[in-house]
Design a protein around this ligand. Sequence first.
Ligand SMILES: Cc1ncc(COP(=O)(O)O)c(C=O)c1O
Length: 381
Amino acid sequence: MEYLSMLPGPTNVPDRVMRAMLAPIINHRSDDFVRLYRDVVEKTRRVFRTEGDVVALSASGTGAVEAGVVNIVRKGDKVIVPVNGEFSGRLAQMIEWQGAETVRLETPPGANATFGQVREAFDNNPDAKAFYVVHNETSTGTMVNYLDRVKDLASRTGALYVVDSVSLLGGAPLPVDEWGIDVCMTGAQKAIAAPPGISPISVGPRAKKMMLADPPKTMYFNLPRYFKYYEESSHTPFTPALPLMYAFREALSMMLEEGLDDIYARHRACSEALYAGLGAVGLSPFAREEDRSVSIVALNYPEGLEDGPFRRTLAERFRVLVAGGFGDLKGKVFRVGCMGEVSAYHVMRTISAVSSTLAMMGFEADAGAGLAAAQEKLGSL
Ligand SMILES: Cc1ncc(COP(=O)(O)O)c(C=O)c1O
């Protein structure tokens, strides 16, 4: 029987999207490809809510994040970056590897820097070239809720505003142009519900100008090269992962058919149902309440419950996949993805499988209370 992927990515991929990969291989220097890629770019623009340039990289999310760093950050630059987990740590590391100085706003895992802390960092560092932020820290299940207010801070100092929304874009509002985001990166395998391997990045006019003036000394992630190819022929400079591109387009079409606002509402309702339901089962969320993510639900393991046997039982007996913790949180938390096609079915099946597994392993778990609490939050979903 197939697994239900409640991982923080890759998430379940609808059959319609999987079937799109069976389309024949085409020449990526042909009108067939031009039609496909233009459609991908236009649909990605609508999902990002941007009129800016979009590049759909054949790479995992890290590729898009790296492209967002190496095309902007140079030796001697100063960059502000909140750090509170694995992915924000990697982002800061990539920036430092470029020879830049980071102003790291460090907060404990499970808690975000406050907007006041971010404002203070801008006030104290008016010379910062950019503000880089992870929208949704996948390793701990936190989400930043003030990205709409950073534009004013960045425009006061002229800093570029760059967002890694790999594990959230499409699952919660992030209107790139309206919120003044210069560069935004995501991955196909999370809220977009496509297979892993395509990672789009949007680039606004200010950032594009900067990139064109000083292209990076790198080949694959050289965004000015992608702009040139797109402007001249609507091609990509290198061979694209064609089957994944078809699947990605199908996933974008499904999103636009459902409607972005309805998708955001569904992610919120399902995450609230998971927090409430798993809470009533007897588990406690890891992240601070005001910072909790709508796409990743991180839960503390009860004292004595071992990560390996718990997740193995959940996968083997009930075919439900969840993820463990990263680094210091290994063995202390597990993470449930709530993204893509997530619905009442995914939520209820996960709560029932988690409760049954806990009970099988000798822990108290009130499945009935969990399902009832979740149902209340799901409403008519
Ligand atoms: C916030 C964030 N950034 C970057 C990445 C890296 O993406 P990938 O594993 O697709 O390279 C992830 C992956 O989970 C992520 O959650």
